[in-house]
Ligand binder design. Structure first.
Ligand code: SF4
Length: 250
């Protein structure tokens, strides 16, 4: 059951998401971000996985607000290349990265939960709940943003196609803002090329959507395949959970 929304709350009553989303549907991501920065100021933060094309949204947002908080959820199972890439970007662009870690030791967690092969996951939902969603929820509780900028796109999944550019998120208790919702892979690629932004080092090897390193969780895909097809390939699972209002119940 979805949590009820107190529409009388001043934070929620402040905007009408329906009219805002209609207004934003035809607007460029940079204009949406400008509105978000002007509206929420230091109450804004963004999440980033420092994945394949993450520098697109990071560049857009930091041009408008250079010191914006960028939250990285470190599950303990990220690719080493992701952490190296994050550190390179942090230094090169002066990013204000806030890294939140799983409370579990990565190897101990696998042993305790009967995961006998570190290259695979048998229970992906339990692992995402314990090592990703718990971390995300803790970060959001501690940082208490007024608005959360995220990089979801409508063309990535059926769930994401139903999202709005601006919508109230009951889980985070803040506005969720998705400036790239109506962009596709091509537009992001063109933006990154135009601004000479770096891609994740695994991107040239076919890793176009990058999460954790077990083969069950991230694998390369052939050119022109569904970019999200490399995430939990062959499973019904489409989301790690942080973009769902009921993340822990994925
Ligand atoms: S994506 Fe895979 S390794 Fe990462 S938290 Fe989820 S199940 Fe665990």
């Amino acid at each position: 059951m979805s949590p009820s929304i107190d529409t009388s709350s001043p934070a929620i009553a402040r905007f009408d998401p329906e009219s805002l989303s209609q207004r934003f549907a035809a607007m460029a991501p940079s204009d949406i971000i400008r509105w978000a920065v002007d509206t929420f100021g230091d109450g804004l933060l963004m999440t980033s996985s420092f994945g394949a094309e993450s520098m697109c949204l990071i560049h857009l947002l930091t041009r408008a607000k250079p010191n914006v908080r960028i939250v990285l959820v470190n599950t303990g199972y990220l690719f080493p290349q992701t952490l190296i890439f994050m550190e390179e970007m942090r230094r090169r662009y002066g990013l204000n990265v806030m890294e939140y870690h799983s409370q579990h030791d990565p190897l101990v967690y696998l042993t305790v939960h009967g995961e006998t092969d570190p290259r695979m996951r048998r229970d992906v939902d339990a692992c995402c709940r314990d090592n990703k969603n718990e971390v995300f929820d803790r970060a959001m509780r501690e940082l208490a943003p007024a608005a959360w900028v995220r990089g979801v796109r409508a063309d990535q999944s059926a769930i994401r196609s139903r999202m709005k550019v601006v919508q109230w998120n009951t889980r985070v208790n803040a506005w969720a803002i998705s400036p790239l919702l109506n962009w596709d892979h091509r537009r992001i690629f063109d933006y990154m090329k135009h601004h000479n932004l770096p891609f994740h080092p695994l991107w040239p090897q076919g890793y176009v959507s990058i999460g954790c390193n077990p083969e069950t969780c991230t694998s390369p895909v052939a050119a022109d395949s569904d970019p999200r097809g490399g995430r939990w390939g062959g499973m019904d699972k489409k989301e790690c959970g942080i973009h769902l209002d009921q993340g822990a119940g994925i």
